[in-house]
Design a protein. Structure first.
Ligand SMILES: [Mg+2]
Length: 188
């Protein structure tokens, strides 16, 4: 059995569209996905960014998330093979109820849910083998902690994905193909 940790935003569902819509509505700024090479948002104060991110995690917005094609199917397959699934998101602990409802709503199987700001630390405590997460910071930290990092490729993590030992794929079918042998090895 392998232990997998799965991020939610920009990993299980296309989060950037939501953040972009909120920033546009509140501040009239455009944040084209293709131009997001890092996590800084030019032209917005840090507090404003935090407000927008908080709004992406309202109950209503959490429950409106539409998973990437093949994400649920792939995780269902891994879970059915006996792998342990930890869902972990960088969001306030108060969002856990809505997040759990969303996971049920999309029919995502999981064994454990963690909504907090200490993702990789928690992964280490749990003995996680593979972390699927788009954040370059988490990818590097996971790598340093001896956890295999994997991610959907986005403009902000393309550079990190080219490094040794980081698994990247354009979509969930690609992630499944790349991770199946890793999970088989860990499960043996
Ligand atoms: Mg993410």
């Amino acid at each position: 059995m392998a232990k997998l940790a799965l991020d939610i935003d920009s990993t299980l569902h296309p989060y950037w569209d939501l953040l972009q819509r909120i920033v546009r509505e509140r501040y009239g700024l455009e944040l084209p996905y293709e131009e997001q090479y890092d996590w800084g948002i030019n032209g917005l104060e840090r507090d404003a960014v935090i407000h927008c991110v908080e709004e992406t995690h309202s109950d209503e917005n959490i429950l409106a998330g539409v998973p990437y094609e093949n994400a649920v199917k792939t995780v269902r397959g891994w879970h059915a093979e006996g792998h342990w699934i930890h869902v972990t998101s960088h969001r306030r602990v108060q969002t856990a109820d809505a997040t759990a409802r969303w996971l049920d709503q999309i029919d995502m199987p999981y064994d454990d849910l963690h909504c907090s700001f200490d993702k990789v630390t928690r992964c280490s405590e749990l003995g996680i083998h593979v972390l699927v997460d788009d954040s370059p910071v988490n990818i590097v930290r996971a790598s340093e902690a001896g956890i295999v990092p994997a991610t959907l490729i986005h403009p902000w993590n393309r550079e990190v994905v080219e490094r040794d030992g980081v698994i990247g794929a354009a979509d969930w079918e690609g992630l499944r193909v790349a991770l199946d042998p890793v999970l088989a090895r860990l499960g043996a």
